[in-house]
Design a protein around this ligand. Sequence first.
Ligand SMILES: Nc1nc(=O)c2c([nH]1)NC[C@@H]1CN(c3ccc(C(=O)N[C@@H](CCC(=O)O)C(=O)O)cc3)C=[N+]21
Length: 286
Amino acid sequence: MGAGLLDGKLLAAEVKEDLRKRVAALGRPPGLGTILVGEDPGSVLYVGGKHRDCREIGIESIRVDLPADATRADVLAAVDRLNADPRCTAYIVQLPLPAGLDEFEVINRIDPAKDADGLHPANLGRLVLGADGPLPCTPAGIVKLLRRYDIPLAGARVCVIGRGITVGRPLGLLLTRRSENATVTLCHTGTRDLAAEVCAADIVIAAAGVPGLVRAELVKPGAVLVDVGVSRGPDGKVAGDIHPGAAERAAWRSPNPGGVGPMTRAMLLDNVVRAAERAAGRGGPE
Ligand SMILES: Nc1nc(=O)c2c([nH]1)NC[C@@H]1CN(c3ccc(C(=O)N[C@@H](CCC(=O)O)C(=O)O)cc3)C=[N+]21
């Protein structure tokens, strides 16, 4: 018996179809900006994918590529330009930035109303407070995926592995909202007994960036597995954080690729369309 698939690729296509209609209803097309510093092959690939997504749903895109040796002033100037550019509804600064650049300083400079990643401190503060605002894309995509497959969250024990600002930390905040009502254990490199935490979990969400970290024998039979890992093996293929053998014990699992990645991209588009709707004085759904 294998696990059912949490098909992120399929759900992302559904989300994009809905967004395409909302974009058409706006009259003026929204614009997504990206700032990429350097030539990390993974980042170049992801940014390219985001621009392709935009074309598919009628969003314009503004691409700013800076060399790996761009200075602090160069990057801040690019941020200031997109803040001021009326064609740019919302944008992202692709992370990680090259060593030596202060990510917090750069993110802090983004106009919070144009923050497509939901990572500006004002928007993370809104998330903590439970106020409306853009949500970090990967956590929002994971919750949407779990909801689409009716995975029970209320009262569930969720083990989140990783405390990064893009995934683990905000995911804990989302899943513990009253509307989700999960009980979250946020695990990290200082966790004394990760195996015990995984064993006890109804849902395991692995975002540590350590290939095969969640071993098959740790998984509770019938658990739900969500793999956020985007490491690459020597063959260039995605190597997830969850060992492939764990699929046998699970009730549901997200494929990787084809799970969390496409949902992350779909929720980025959702943040852009919502920002455009807000700017047009129209609230989005929910
Ligand atoms: N400011 C910022 N925002 C981000 O959202 C952000 C970032 N920086 N830095 C890097 C990570 C990584 N990330 C991915 C998005 C989509 C896929 C994706 O769509 N992957 C496909 C293809 C995988 C493949 O085969 O290469 C899949 O999972 O099916 C993967 C990874 C967004 N990130």
